[in-house]
Design a protein around this ligand. Structure first.
Ligand code: PMP
Length: 396
């Protein structure tokens, strides 16, 4: 019966992590998977979220029935304020939204919805992008193409190439954008550049789909939503996927949201119904635990302040590690320009290392990067930073 089924090659990042775990070297360094690791190399629990867990244990839901298809109503209200900040009044009346199974679930529900109502539209993603963007949209039957983004020669953004490509797209083409902390490159647009992108999207009547998995990891919760605010101001309809996996350290609870900013309250009403239908035909209704935790934190000023302080500490730590790595590399290899690493933002950096350099880093030094040369900056800490810098310097 199943003889014809192909073997799944496995996810290359998860396979690499397995290899890392089996590596007996004590000084090995894991810069592969996109987890936020703290100074001790642990994926932390937020103390604000721990308090919400205590509350949740003491206050179980009155009845263990299904949540609505589009999720916990209070949660949907709380998280939209976070996503849109002070731009919320610009979109609130024409907003449809649903709780989602993390950012991936938001992308999948959005992709299914778009495939159904824009069957001829294709998707354009940055070259490169998070690999799963390709898989999720292809899985939904949407053809995926790329627009220029990273210039391997300069190791910087190819902004003119990006604009040129977006300027060629047909009406209603879907454009996937990372509003902050681009995965995998760590290269973000300036506010002026975002404005130009928003102008092209509006002029050409394109459909932007923002994927925000790292809000607060770049410059701050508010600063990281500038692109979304500019889009909201433009009046052009767009989609937004939001993930709480990293910024609440709730990876396994699968918490996120999908927003569709429509042209009118009436269309938003219709889209709200279609979001419910899309969820119903995928997994019927979402789980409640993670959403209750996030909602509880955001409903309390004290817990929200505590969470923001914890998030800020993560952002600062990653920023410090990045700067220290670049400073150390500058001492070890003054002949090589590593300033591009310092200019990158968030949890990831594109090192620009070749497959051979990446192989040497792993085999000779026990420093693990993924094949594209992406480094998870959060894997650095004060104990492994010098060894990592020495290994990088040695393979250059
Ligand atoms: N989008 C991007 C750009 C990501 O990096 C990730 C997580 N790696 C996701 C979406 C998915 O988030 P989640 O784990 O919440 O599904």
């Amino acid at each position: 019966m199943f003889e014809h089924v192909d073997a799944y090659a496995g996810d290359p990042i998860f396979s690499l992590v397995e290899q890392f775990m089996k590596d007996p070297r004590e000084d090995k360094v894991n810069l592969t998977i996109g987890f936020y690791f703290d100074e001790d190399g642990k994926v932390p629990n937020f103390s604000s979220v721990d308090k919400a867990k205590v509350w949740a244990a003491d206050n179980p839901p009155a009845s263990p029935v299904y949540l609505p298809m589009d999720g916990l109503p209070d949660y949907r209200v709380a998280v939209k304020s976070l996503a849109f900040g002070d731009a919320l009044p610009l979109v609130d009346s024409r907003l449809a939204s649903t709780q989602s199974l993390g950012g991936s679930g938001a992308l999948k529900v959005g992709a299914d919805l778009l495939k159904r109502y824009f069957p001829d539209s294709e998707l354009w993603v940055s070259d490169p992008t998070w690999e799963n963007h390709h898989s999720i949209f292809k899985g939904a039957g949407v053809k995926v193409n790329t627009y220029r983004y990273y210039n391997p020669q300069t190791k910087m953004l190819d902004f003119s190439g990006m604009l040129e490509d977006l300027n060629q797209l047909p009406e209603k083409a879907i454009v996937l954008l990372h509003p902050c902390c681009h995965n995998p490159t760590g290269i973000d647009l300036t506010n002026e550049q975002w404005q130009q992108v928003v102008d092209v999207i509006k002029q050409r009547n394109l459909l932007a789909f923002f994927d925000m998995a790292y809000q607060g990891f770049g410059f701050g919760l508010n600063e990281d939503t500038q692109a979304i605010k500019l889009m909201a101001e433009s009046g052009q309809p767009f989609l937004l996927a939001q993930s709480f996996s990293k910024i609440f350290s709730l990876y396994s609870e699968r918490v996120g949201a999908l927003y569709v900013v429509c042209e009118s309250p009436e269309t938003a009403d219709t889209i709200q119904g279609q979001l419910k239908f899309t969820v119903r035909t995928n997994y019927s209704t979402p789980p409640s635990f993670g959403a209750r935790l996030v909602n509880h934190v955001l409903a309390s000023d004290a817990l929200t302040d505590e969470w923001k302080t914890e998030l800020e500490a993560m952002r600062e730590r990653m920023h410090t590690m990045r700067q220290q790595l670049v400073a150390k590399l500058g001492e070890l290899r003054p002949d090589v320009d590593f300033s591009y690493l310092a200019a990158q933002v968030g949890m990831f950096s594109y090192t620009g290392f070749s497959p051979e350099q990446i192989r040497r880093l792993k085999d000779e030094f026990g420093v693990y990067l993924i094949a594209s040369g992406r480094m998870c900056v959060a894997g650095l800490n004060t104990r492994n930073l010098d060894a990592t810098a020495k290994a990088f310097a040695a393979v250059c």
